[in-house]
Design a protein around this ligand. Structure first.
Ligand code: DTR
Ligand code: ZN
Ligand code: ZN
Length: 437
């Protein structure tokens, strides 16, 4: 431990006793402008590693990952375990179809405005004829790696992020339809966009963009144009995948597709390469839809396009949060693998309730930040989860701004940042934190 940190920790320990009498922080005026962050690259190596796992699961379970079969539930368990380890809040939604239990995996990334949700989905089931690595291991693996990259990068978007892996799509979009039908009208209205990814690594690939919502379509098309990749609008997919129930519910949709059993034309081969006169995926719904049935370049490009869309559509507002800020800069030591500590801010002079996009800027110095659980506690003791622990997030420090919908909370009163280290060895302290109303 550095001597500087030792000094800070000693100072913080001495001042810890003074915490109880911490007065209100002095308003510091407007927060600084925030910019939409550029999406990180999605590792196609990692995406393919997920496909290898899904292939192994199929091989170990009668060669498929179909609804109602052991291979599907094993696929669900694999995806859920990765998301839980990364700090997502996951839910297994069950339903019944053709006499078997089906499962949707729903994963929420803590934080962001839950009244404005950006959702990405892919069906996880295969047909019974084969392992379904392109259809639709490709879409499932790409959004899984995107979700894991959200976590590892510590991304805190303005809008709330939700990811979904659907069951029983091959039986007729059963899982996604069940999910949408069980949303309240209010919760449907909160989904600003649903992005669908079904077959995005076809061996003789095309680059098709869903042509439903103009804003979402433009985000995808602009990304491919900047990469020098021509795209076509997806015309034969309406109603043919999990975007359909969202579209029927009036939710803006978009997505990507690399082609199925249709034949690539000469003109398409001229712009995309590959083989004209052959299907985009000759192993569509066949036993040969295995790990070797993937075009790595298409998988890589589409995975990066997905990340760009997620970051762009959910990103930090480019206009600064207006209003008054309250800050506490007193260091608070965080006990290693110990009870939670708190740093209070007393807010006065703000009329009415807190906003739907309350900016919570935190600066926590701590090695292996995955040890940390961070909550915002409102004056009435309501708690808002800002960050869950993660056994895989080995990066240091949490220096970011969370956006919390605190519109049901009275603004004035004592708010607290509650931090707990839930794993042994690494230590640190709350350096400062700030609320902007
Ligand atoms: N029905 C999907 C594959 C599929 C066929 N055409 C489209 C268009 C857009 C998305 C998906 C598809 C399946 O077999 O899973
Ligand atoms: Zn299919
Ligand atoms: Zn599919």
């Amino acid at each position: 431990m550095s001597s500087a940190l030792q000094a800070r920790l000693l100072t913080a320990a001495l001042s810890a006793a003074a915490l109880a009498a911490v007065a209100l922080a002095v308003p510091t005026g407007q927060a600084t402008a925030a910019q939409t962050l550029a999406a990180p690259d999605i590792s196609v190596t990692n995406v393919k590693a997920h496909l290898t796992q899904l292939q192994s699961i199929a091989t170990a379970n009668s060669g498929n990952r179909a609804h109602g079969r052991a291979g599907y539930k094993a696929s669900v368990d694999y995806v859920k375990a990765k998301l839980d380890a990364a700090g997502f809040t996951t839910t297994l939604q069950t339903f019944t179809s053709s006499g078997s239990t089906g499962y949707n995996v729903i994963a929420d990334w803590p934080g962001g405005d839950t009244d404005n949700v950006i959702m990405a989905g892919a069906h996880l089931d295969s047909v019974t004829a084969g392992p379904g690595i392109n259809d639709n291991g490709s879409g499932s693996a790409a959004i899984l790696e995107t979700a894991l990259t959200v976590a590892s990068s510590g991304y805190q978007p303005t809008k709330h992020l939700r990811f979904a892996w659907w069951g029983a799509e091959e039986l007729g979009m059963i899982g996604s339809t069940y999910y949408v039908n069980n949303l309240s009208t209010a919760n449907k209205a909160k989904i600003d966009g649903y992005l669908n990814f079904d077959m995005i690594g076809s061996p003789n690939p095309g680059y098709f963009v869903y042509d439903d919502d103009a804003t979402i379509e433009a985000v995808f098309k602009d990304w491919f144009t900047a990469k020098g990749i021509a795209t076509e609008i997806e015309t034969e997919g309406d109603g043919r995948s999990d975007h359909a129930p969202f579209d029927d519910a009036g939710i803006p949709i978009g997505g990507l597709f690399s082609g199925a059993d249709y034949i690539k034309t000469t003109a398409q081969a001229a712009k995309w390469g590959g083989t004209s006169g052959k299907a985009f995926d000759a192993c569509y719904h066949a036993s040969c839809d295995t790990s070797s049935n993937i075009n790595d370049t298409a998988l890589d490009n589409n995975s990066d396009a997905i990340a760009n869309a997620i970051w762009t559509l959910s990103g930090t507002a480019t206009t600064p949060p207006t209003g008054t800020s309250f800050e506490n800069t007193t260091d608070v030591t965080i006990g290693d693998n110990s009870t939670a500590v708190e740093s209070p801010i007393t807010v006065t002079g703000v009329t009415g309730n807190a906003p739907t996009a309350l900016a919570v800027a935190v600066d926590i110095k701590h090695t292996w930040r995955g040890d940390l659980v961070i909550d915002l506690v409102a004056p009435d003791s309501s708690t808002y989860r800002l960050k869950s622990s993660s056994s895989s997030d080995s990066a240091d420090n949490v220096i970011t701004t969370y956006t919390v919908n605190a519109s049901t909370e009275t603004a004035n009163g004592t708010w607290k940042l509650r931090v707990q280290d839930v794993a042994a060895q690494d230590t640190g302290y709350i350096d400062s934190w700030k609320l902007t109303f």
